[in-house]
Design a protein around this ligand. Structure first.
Ligand code: SF4
Length: 256
């Protein structure tokens, strides 16, 4: 069965060039980058559609090679991915990432994957109806917990992004108590994954260790690891892991 994903995230690295004490929900950085073999395996899945692919970390700009590789594989295989996203702390300008994000925008614009947008998940359908869909988005963490972003870095992104939308995150409204973060919502309130018809509503994360975390990209590395251990992307398809979640709920709901 082909499934459609609202949000799919790839943890491209656990390295970071900052240490946001008292704030970072990931916790201590780790010297880990995702292996290309996990990306290959992920993209071999039968996707009905992916509304949003998020490159997360750690600091994602520290692993531009994997980001560009993933985007080029999506384009080469003509996969139904509609938007891509990345949040960066803005300390590094990466031409490789900008070029790849721009290639992705051209790919979606020139492909027919948006032909029947009723096929796509909540997020994409809403944005298309509002006429407010940007195929590639880069946001900067400019809140009071991060180091200031240099104007040189910001200007380089603005000078070189044509179709990629750039934005500032501002102060966070939702903070999770996990990793270094000692305030906000407890991770006990983490959202369980839900499948409505053939749509996987919440976020799914592929970790740097090649495991599938059905609770998405929120929380510390310890939380993510303990909720993904044994779920190797090498051993089962993504859809098989997702169908393991709430199978009764899936039967109860109507297929769109
Ligand atoms: S919040 Fe982001 S920039 Fe800060 S330490 Fe965590 S991963 Fe790094």
């Amino acid at each position: 069965m082909e499934l459609e994903y609202n949000i799919l995230a790839i943890e491209v690295t656990r390295r970071c060039n900052q240490r946001c004490e008292g704030f970072c929900m990931r916790g201590e950085a780790q010297n880990l980058d995702i292996d290309f073999k996990y990306i290959d395996k992920l993209l071999e899945n039968d996707f009905k559609g992916v509304s949003k692919l998020v490159f997360t970390g750690g600091e994602p700009t520290l692993n531009p090679e994997v980001i560009a590789y993933t985007i080029d594989k999506i384009i080469e295989a003509n996969l139904p991915f509609v938007t891509i996203d990345m949040v960066t702390n803005g300390l590094v300008y990466s031409q490789k990432i900008v070029d790849a994000f721009e290639r992705f925008c051209k790919y979606v614009k020139n492909s027919d994957i948006l032909g029947d947008f009723s096929e796509f998940g909540c997020f994409v359908r809403e944005s298309l109806l509002k006429g407010d869909l940007s195929f590639a988005n880069i946001s900067f963490s400019n809140d009071s917990h991060h180091k200031g972003i240099s104007s040189d870095v910001i200007n380089s992104y603005y000078d070189n992004c044509k179709d990629t939308r750039l934005s500032m995150m501002g102060e966070p409204t939702l903070v999770l108590r996990s990793g270094f973060s000692n305030y906000g919502l407890s991770m006990k309130n983490s959202i369980d994954n839900k499948i409505v018809g053939d749509l996987v509503v919440n976020g799914i994360l592929l970790t740097t260790k090649g495991n599938v975390c059905l609770h998405g990209a929120a929380g510390s590395y310890d939380f993510i690891d303990s909720h993904s251990v044994g779920n190797s992307i090498l051993h089962k398809s993504l859809n098989e892991y997702c169908l393991d979640v709430l199978p009764r709920e899936k039967e109860k709901v109507k297929i769109r």
